[in-house]
Write a protein that binds this ligand. Structure first.
Ligand code: AMP
Length: 402
């Protein structure tokens, strides 16, 4: 894969048409967390300093019609963006028409323009070539800096990349480098921790990982389905009886590729699913009929920790139990701390991603210790599945033209 990087290109005086992901959380029209804006701006500041002219595209939410409902306007991000970029930010209340083109040409070196929410135009999600051609008039070079949107073939992530010289932005490069290190050329032994509610939502992830890595630790509700396939009683536990064939296939693939699968041999069960409920530690094959498995037990945790002890690459997606409801967060939190400690000591590269996983690492207080934490839920999972992401493929194709 050879993708051009904007940091390597001559940007002085060029209008960089940057696809960002500024889809920040808001409440009552106010931003509640500016992390996305701040990280994006950090990568853009050196480009502005080198004389680039930024034309910034983003989506925000999922507006259902193209009539401007002010709650979907991205104008409200302007003050935070200007502060983070360190320059005033102009605004175009449409993202693709003649007036936006004029504004883009009025930018001086080191200046920035933010365009209205892409998704107010139905051409965006339809990957409409006409809309992409209108967008293309806003810039001289297309820069994709939104890994979290790369699994969607939308006009601003796919079609547009084929119309202009195209390059990856700093955040996208960071994400691709971290993910590539962990999955394409992992330092061995390489271990994945895959948890979460259901096998059915991560079939492709499991199939891909067992063929690439040395070991996979399976936890959470999906471990229940594996145990059930081995004959364990489930009581009231979350499990998917219709996924037994999938479990067998994953086991077959793991065996063929020499990947060790680790399941909890001991679990925490409870009769009630509520914070502070009494948890009972039991053998994984001894869940009482009126109880449910909600976490991995302490012996299972120790076994998982010893798998991590030798690991040089650690990939993580999904919690090992119902971590939002203590005390069923223990195995997730403790294993996260072990992975973090190995990373801090320089023994392993650790990459984690997915909404629940990020929340679990935050609960454990170790997010900063991981080598890389991806906040891109859907794109991260599709990458774990080994799929080609349309936004990345388009950049790849475009690199030659750049
Ligand atoms: P996912 O979105 O597939 O990563 O699943 C995350 C969800 O799985 C979290 O909300 C957890 O509470 C839930 N989960 C993990 N383990 C269990 C379990 N043993 N029983 C019920 N829910 C679980």
């Amino acid at each position: 894969m050879s993708i051009a990087r904007i940091s390597d290109m001559d940007v002085a005086g060029k209008r960089l048409l940057v696809r960002a992901d500024l889809n920040v959380p808001t409440e009552g029209g106010r931003i509640t967390d500016t992390t996305r804006i701040d990280r994006f701006a950090e990568g853009m500041r050196p480009l502005l300093a080198r004389g680039a002219r930024l034309v910034i595209l983003t989506h925000f939410g999922r507006p259902e019609s193209n009539e401007l409902d002010s709650s979907y306007s991205v104008d409200k991000f302007r003050p935070a963006l200007a502060e983070a970029l360190g320059v005033p930010v102009r605004f175009s209340d449409v993202c693709a028409d003649e007036s936006a083109v004029i504004l883009s040409h009025q930018l001086a070196n080191g200046e920035a323009l933010l365009c209205e929410n892409l998704r107010l135009n139905p051409g965006e999600t339809a990957n409409d070539p006409g809309f992409a051609a209108q967008l293309a008039r806003l810039g001289d070079i297309f820069v994709n800096d939104a890994f979290s949107c790369a699994h969607r073939a939308h006009a601003s992530t796919e079609a547009l990349a084929r119309l202009l010289p195209a390059a990856a932005g700093p955040l996208l490069v960071e994400e691709l480098d971290a993910l590539g290190t962990a999955l394409d050329a992992p330092r061995r032994p390489s271990v994945a921790i895959v948890g979460g509610a259901k096998v059915s939502s991560k079939i492709a992830v499991l199939k891909n990982l067992v063929q690439r890595l040395d070991a996979v630790i399976i936890g959470g509700g999906m471990a229940n389905t594996f145990l059930f396939a081995d004959g364990a009683p489930m009581g009231k536990s979350l499990h998917e009886p219709d996924q037994i064939a999938t479990v067998r296939e994953i086991r077959r693939l793991a065996e063929t590729s020499g990947c060790a699968l680790h399941l909890p041999q001991e679990v925490v069960v409870a009769r009630e699913f509520r914070a502070g409920a009494d948890g009972l530690i039991t053998d994984a094959f001894a869940c009482p009929p009126d109880a449910m498995i909600l976490d991995a037990g302490p012996e299972a945790l120790t076994a998982f920790q010893s798998v991590l002890d030798g690991a040089r690459t650690i990939l993580w997606n999904g919690p090992l139990g119902a971590f939002e409801v203590p005390p069923f967060d223990v195995a997730t939190v403790e294993l996260a701390r072990s992975a973090a400690a190995r990373t801090r000591q320089g023994h392993a590269v650790s990459v984690a991603g997915g909404g629940d996983t990020v929340a679990a690492l935050n609960t454990a207080g170790v997010t900063q210790d991981f080598t890389y934490v991806s906040t891109a839920g859907g794109a991260f999972l599709e990458w774990l599945e080994g799929r080609t992401l349309p936004g990345i493929a388009a950049l790849n194709g475009a690199a030659a033209a750049a």
